[in-house]
Design a protein around this ligand. Structure first.
Ligand code: SF4
Length: 408
């Protein structure tokens, strides 16, 4: 691949589903495991950075020579985890150099790294910036000390402020702050204070997730023993609505059920998932999905696979894929609907027709009419979307659409 081709600019043309590729890199290590987390993560005394990066590069080399990846343009690259910031800048340098050698990276590709507020100093932040990282997602969760302690986090609100400012100083103009809500004892007043502090910091993007208690976590055990209780469902609704209205008033678009961003700062990488783009997942437990189209843009197949989840197994194995499946047309349709309706922009009806060769509104006429009459769905000639009132029951609206039966 010649240099000028590698530097293709991301533009409307590269948005074409058949050309653009998102790469996700899973770094499965954390300094300590948070009591609510059920991700594929490990806290080790010695993090095998060198071995892991070398396995990632092997994987990259394997895919780079495959036909289905040869004409792709990488429009986003996302280091997630785990806590990618536990790795040194040298590890990222090695990996990014390889990506640039082997793939066509759009000149304005979005390159994100998830970071713990305690992992970055000015030197590390500048080094990452120099390597082309242009977006940082900070695992903040809250800016209230008591809430952070309850969540078992090891940083304080002051640490977040310090890291946020040094990222700005290092030149980062696209920063996400994570927020967890619906935590034990949380009430609207406490969340109001948290939101005010987030807005004062004025990041470009905020991801807000309601806490869920997952089996196998210390929080799950505490809940089973009656030592931990989440606020009731009606408090969840109140908190969700509070976030939506407070952040909207501060100039954030509620562009996906859990994501808010300033205009032009939506996460390109995550939108790729919701818009059914191709993505290649590298690293332990990472998932991938690649579409195949016919000449007339009909979606012929979607192949999904996942790597071995345990880092040791992932590093040691030459063929890193644990399972692979081919979605049939019904599953592809369901997944397309499920993902598109998470976004406030909704589902592109002409695209659905192109992909699946049939009209969604026509084939689900009765249930769409019922849901639209209830004010839960909005439908035009080109878009089908969940209304703001319907957002909180997104899952049940999608279930109705998929089964063709409306739930009262
Ligand atoms: S830092 Fe993030 S990924 Fe790691 S254990 Fe905590 S919540 Fe999970």
């Amino acid at each position: 691949v010649s240099d000028h081709r590698r530097l293709l600019k991301y533009d409307a043309a590269t948005e074409l589903l058949s050309e653009s590729l998102a790469i996700y890199v899973h770094i499965p290590y954390c300094r300590k495991i948070c009591p609510y987390c059920d991700f594929n993560v490990y806290a080790l005394k010695r993090i095998p950075e060198k071995e892991y990066v070398s396995a990632l590069i092997d994987e990259l080399e394997t895919y780079a020579v495959k036909d289905e990846f040869k004409n792709k343009i990488v429009t986003s690259l996302y280091f997630g985890g785990g806590t990618p910031s536990v790795f040194s800048p040298e590890a990222f340098e090695l990996f990014l150099k390889k990506v640039r050698q082997l793939f066509r990276l759009a000149i304005d590709s979005e390159i994100t790294i998830e970071a713990n507020p305690l992992d970055l100093d000015y030197h590390k932040a500048s080094a990452l910036k120099d390597l082309g990282v242009n977006r940082v997602s900070l695992g903040v969760q809250s800016l209230i000390s008591e809430k952070l302690k309850l969540l078992g986090r090891d940083h304080s609100p002051k640490d977040v402020e310090y890291t946020f400012n040094l990222l700005r100083k290092a030149g980062f103009s696209n920063i996400n702050l994570d927020l967890i809500f619906h935590t034990p004892e949380e009430n609207p007043q406490q969340l109001q204070l948290d939101l005010s502090r987030y807005c004062e910091m004025n990041p470009e993007h905020i991801s807000a997730y309601g806490l869920t208690i997952e089996p196998g976590t210390p929080f799950f055990q505490a809940q089973a023993r009656g030592r931990l209780r989440l606020p009731d469902e009606d408090v969840f609704v109140e908190l969700f609505n509070l976030i939506s209205s407070r952040l909207s008033a501060a100039g954030y678009d509620h562009y996906e059920i859990s994501n808010y961003a300033k205009p032009e700062k939506y996460s390109r990488h995550n939108q790729g998932y919701w818009k059914f783009h191709d993505y290649l997942g590298l690293g332990a437990g990472a998932h991938s999905a690649i579409n195949t189209f016919s000449d007339d843009s009909k979606l012929v197949s979607r192949c999904r696979w996942a790597n071995y989840a345990k880092p040791d197994e992932y590093i040691a194995s030459s063929h890193k894929v644990a399972w692979q499946e081919q979605l049939d047309s019904q599953l592809m349709e369901e997944e397309f609907i499920l993902l598109a309706l998470r976004m406030s922009s909704g589902l592109d009806l002409p695209q659905f027709r192109r992909f699946f060769g049939r009209d969604l509104v026509e084939s689900r006429r009765d249930v769409i009419k019922t849901l639209a009459d209830q004010g839960l769905l909005e439908v035009t000639s080109t878009i089908l979307k969940i209304s703001p009132q319907g957002r909180l029951i997104t899952d049940s609206i999608i279930a109705s659409l998929l089964t063709g039966e409306s739930h009262d």
